[in-house]
Design a protein around this ligand. Structure first.
Ligand code: FDA
Length: 399
């Protein structure tokens, strides 16, 4: 037991007992390193617990480097190739943790996500690692043989210092900018962190209109010049959410517009022309209600995004084509995002230019590693961020 004063030595001190830190601790312990994992929170891996609606979308079987954003799109390739979704699935199966695919390659636990936390903790214990919660770091100094770290439970020296303290998303869960502070202390650049996988908020007329149909969802294509996503969109009291919106938010910058194809995947011109032929006396609103939720159609009509047309017989095919074109390129300018309060992840982070893509080790400070979300590698929605946490931790533990 520590008195809080004597100096303890570990081969690796890991700051952050989240997905990446716990996974690293177990892998490094298996390699024979004496590992201490510390976290300022009362409980480890709280984001694993709440993830995927409580069932943790722990990986995506379609993972490729193209599913990640980074200033250097090549950086994640090596780690992702050396620890794959199949590798993680194999681990779950050895622990008898049931899983299923929901959609788009997204794998979830059959039971609660706590099963994954139990697995991570059991593996850390089995590998001889120590976990110390409610512990903070107040100072880090370089020594001849590694690092001297002042923690709230006493001084620790370590040959390796592994920063796994995550990003800034959801401050009320204990997110801090600790990793960025350490990076800057040791001369690393930090790509400006920004909220990602986050709902958009709107102002003025759009905000009122969207709030009125809050809860309505429909499949769309959300795009800008950098990316496009075919998934569901949800109207909310403050603006827009749903998977398609969360995805495009990661590629959005302040003051930019986004384009929503409300008729994504539908052959709308053919459907509307066929409806007109069968029901010439019906209204355009009735026709559109066969393709879109009726509350959305009513909102679009009230906004003037749909022409007033009580009898389809009066609507030319050219007018139908023009209408479809408008609804396929519904251009919106969000006022902003919901910010750190609800962002699922942090884009940006420790600049990969200063890290080895093989090991996540600092190129300038031997023994210093950054893994998981604090690094400037950000996954799409759908299990990619945990896959990065596992893969980057695995890469660092091989070093
Ligand atoms: P993570 O944030 O998990 O862990 C960091 C740890 O460091 C925390 O335990 C924290 O307390 C600790 N810490 C922070 N600052 C510290 C300090 N100064 N001192 C000591 N300790 C400190 N991803 C996915 O792939 N599938 C999914 O289903 C979901 N779902 C999801 C839902 C919600 C609501 C959120 C907010 C996020 C997700 N994610 C997700 C994203 C995923 O949770 C995230 O990318 C990983 O948890 C990142 O793992 P890390 O270990 O890097 O950081």
């Amino acid at each position: 037991m520590t008195t809080g004063h004597e100096n303890e030595h570990f081969d690796a001190l890991v700051v952050g007992a989240g997905a990446a830190g716990l996974f690293y601790g177990a892998r490094a312990g298996e390699k024979g390193l004496r590992v201490l994992v510390i976290d300022h929170a009362k409980k480890p891996a709280e984001k694993v617990r709440i993830s995927g609606g409580g069932r943790c979308n722990f990986t995506n079987i379609h993972t490729t480097p193209a599913n990640f954003l980074s200033d250097n799109p090549h950086f994640a390739k090596s780690a992702l190739a050396r620890y794959t979704p199949q590798d993680f699935i194999g681990r779950l199966e050895r622990h008898n943790i049931g899983w299923h695919e929901k959609t788009l390659g997204q794998l979830f636990c059959d039971e609660r996500s706590g099963a994954i936390i139990d697995m991570l903790l059991a593996e850390l214990r089995a590998a001889g690692g120590t976990l110390r919660l409610e512990t903070t770091v107040s100072n880090i100094a370089l020594t001849d043989s590694g690092f001297q770290i002042m923690t709230s439970s006493g001084p620790v020296s370590a040959t390796r210092l592994v920063i796994a303290s995550g990003g800034l998303s959801i401050p009320k869960m204990g997110a801090t900018g600790f990793a960025y502070d350490v990076a800057r202390q040791f001369g690393h650049a930090v790509i400006e962190p920004r909220p990602a996988l986050v709902p958009f908020v709107f102002e003025g007329r759009a905000k009122t209109d969207f709030a009125e149909i809050s809860g309505v969802a429909c499949p769309v294509r959300a795009s800008n010049e950098r990316a496009a996503f075919d998934e569901a969109m949800l109207f909310t009291h403050r603006g827009l959410s749903g998977p398609a919106i969360l995805q495009i938010s990661s590629y959005w910058a302040e003051r930019e517009t986004i384009t929503i194809d409300l008729l994504g995947g539908l052959d709308a011109p053919a459907a509307l022309k066929a409806f007109k032929a069968g029901h010439p006396k019906k209204s355009l609103v009735s026709a559109l209600e066969t393709l879109l939720p009726s509350r959305l159609v009513a909102m679009l009509a009230a906004r003037g995004d749909i022409p007033d047309c009580p009898r389809l017989a009066d609507l030319s095919h050219a007018a139908i084509d023009a209408l479809v074109d408008g609804l396929s390129h519904w251009t919106l300018k969000p006022a902003g995002t919901e910010g750190w309060r609800t962002a699922e992840v942090t884009a940006g982070g420790v600049d990969t230019a200063g890290l080895s893509s093989q090991t996540m080790q600092s190129k300038s400070v031997p023994g210093l590693f950054f893994i998981g979300e604090c690094v400037d590698v950000t996954g799409w929605l759908g299990g990619y961020n945990f896959q990065w946490a596992w893969a980057s931790a695995h890469a660092a533990a091989q070093a």
